[in-house]
Design a protein around this ligand. Structure first.
Ligand code: ZN
Length: 68
């Protein structure tokens, strides 16, 4: 596996992930990812991306209840 940006080597590690939406923002301090040893760009694991998707789905489902 190589970095899509600089073709550097990827190392299994973790990286922060932020998702911005018009009315909220989700931030994880560390999710499993392959991080480029050259430029530091992370490539998140499929499993992590699926979990993010699920988390966002449930927030989208419940967020109206938080409306002021
Ligand atoms: Zn890179």
């Amino acid at each position: 596996m190589e970095c899509v940006y600089c073709k550097g080597k990827l190392k299994k590690s973790e990286a922060p992930f932020t998702l911005e939406r018009p009315d909220y923002q989700i931030h994880w301090n560390g999710l499993p990812a392959y991080v480029c040893t050259q430029c530091g760009e992370p490539a998140f694991e499929e499993k992590a991306l699926e979990l993010i998707e699920k988390a966002v789905e449930s927030i989208e489902r419940e967020k109206d209840r938080l409306a002021v």
